[in-house]
Design a protein around this ligand. Structure first.
Ligand code: MLT
Length: 404
């Protein structure tokens, strides 16, 4: 008889953003007149920049010609894209990352979820709390955690690193040494950033304890301040202890196109086994490459025109972030984030739970956000808003907040 992967049964409820989507759909069906403003999931709203669209069209035309048609993409990514990533995202920032250490994929979410496959099930993971749910859920599915403790709202066997107002939403080095450490900066959901000296401390810690850092820098393009690292490889020795995930989704509006990449340096080894070889084996077996046309679009992101156009888009979203930050402050909320990240993290008023606030906001203001408790128990009494809406909706949402 067929059996199932029982680890899936440990997961309470559905994926956070699916739950929110369902609740909003139900509300919309019950109140068809409601003018709902969505500032929940971090999904972009601006169209793809013109120079990138031009590259897409060009690549589509190539696919229709005998001599330029492409079949399967190389599973690690086309060289034209890996070369430009190595140059622009790393070498120009002083990071010695080579094109063949870059694995192009269909997005950082897949890679963040899949990376755990190359590690043993006996590894202990450490995550920030609150945290992007994919890191924890993918490890639960694999069987790397114990059962869910509904009272504590935590999985047994996971090291949770509370990120609270008191510690500036920064994780502290845990007392129990983890094997795999997930870090995401600029942070989703709090919008906090880690300074280079602090990140260096984590790198030193990982090297000393032979841990591996899984560093999600999907939001690096939103960094505005000078002393905030864009890549973990800006830190000394990170190539020996860290894997980095990057995304085109938030950088260039590719949430619907799907493109990302993962860096696994060749110097990163567990014993004498290269993690680069393991990830190449995994990628080659389970993935057939991101589409050619999308990789050409990715290449266009790095052209002078593409860079200028996406810079404008990011400035637009960060203009929204400022409106949200100032609007919430004026309405008396305690807020953080939104300066180097497209997320604004606010404290719910009157000790309301995150979901109570979600329901109240949806019903009274027809505004959708993300309940902080969906990211972990220390997200309780917090709420996340995204800057990815349109300017008009962002302004309207803030007006509605004022009259709550
Ligand atoms: C979020 O809202 O946290 C993100 O958009 C989700 C994702 O990138 O998968």
């Amino acid at each position: 008889m067929v059996t199932i992967n029982e680890n899936y049964l440990k997961l309470p409820g559905s994926y956070l953003f699916s739950t929110i989507g369902r609740k909003v759909k139900e509300y919309g069906e019950a109140h068809p007149e409601a003018d709902i403003i969505r500032l929940g999931i971090g999904d972009v709203t601006k169209p793809i920049a013109p120079s990138i669209i031009k590259a897409l069209h060009g690549a589509v035309d190539e696919m229709g010609q005998e001599d330029t048609f492409r079949g399967y993409a190389p599973d690690l990514g086309y060289e034209f894209l890996r070369d430009v990533i190595a140059q622009k995202d790393y070498k120009e920032r002083g990071c010695d990352i080579q094109a063949d250490e870059i694995f192009v994929s269909d997005g950082a979410k897949s890679d963040c979820g899949n990376i755990q496959e190359i590690f043993g099930l006996d590894n202990k993971i450490a995550v920030c709390d609150p945290v992007y749910p994919v890191y924890v859920d993918s490890n639960v599915m694999a069987g790397r955690t114990g059962e869910y403790d509904a009272d504590l709202q935590r999985f047994k066997g996971v090291v949770y690193m509370p990120c609270l107002e008191e510690n500036g939403f920064m994780p502290e080095i845990p007392t129990e040494v983890p094997d795999l450490i997930y870090l995401c900066f600029p942070n989703n959901p709090t919008g906090a950033v880690m300074k280079k000296t602090d990140l260096q401390r984590w790198v030193d810690y990982a090297r000393e304890h032979k841990s591996v850092i899984l560093y999600d820098s999907a939001y690096e393009a939103y960094i505005a301040e000078a002393d905030v690292p864009h890549s973990i490889y800006e830190c000394e020795g990170a190539q020996e202890c860290a894997i980095e995930f990057r995304s085109f989704s938030k950088t260039a509006g590719f949430t619907g196109l799907r493109l990302g990449y993962t860096v696994v340096p060749k110097a990163l080894k567990v014993g004498d086994v290269s993690l680069h070889s393991l990830w190449a084996r995994r990628h080659g077996t389970k993935f057939n490459g991101a589409p050619y046309i999308v990789q050409r679009a990715g290449e266009a992101v790095y052209s002078a025109e593409g860079r200028a156009q996406i810079k404008e888009q990011i400035a637009y979203y960060m203009g929204n972030a400022k409106i949200i930050l100032e609007g919430l402050q004026a309405a008396g909320f305690s807020v953080s984030g939104g300066v180097n990240a497209p997320y604004i993290w606010l404290k719910t008023p009157n000790t309301m739970t995150s979901w109570e606030f979600f329901d109240m906001l949806l019903e009274k203001a027809n505004v959708v956000g993300t309940p902080g408790s969906g990211f972990g128990p220390h997200g309780e009494h917090y709420f996340r808003l995204t800057a990815f809406g349109s300017r008009e909706n962002t302004i309207r949402a803030m007006e509605r907040f004022k009259s709550l």
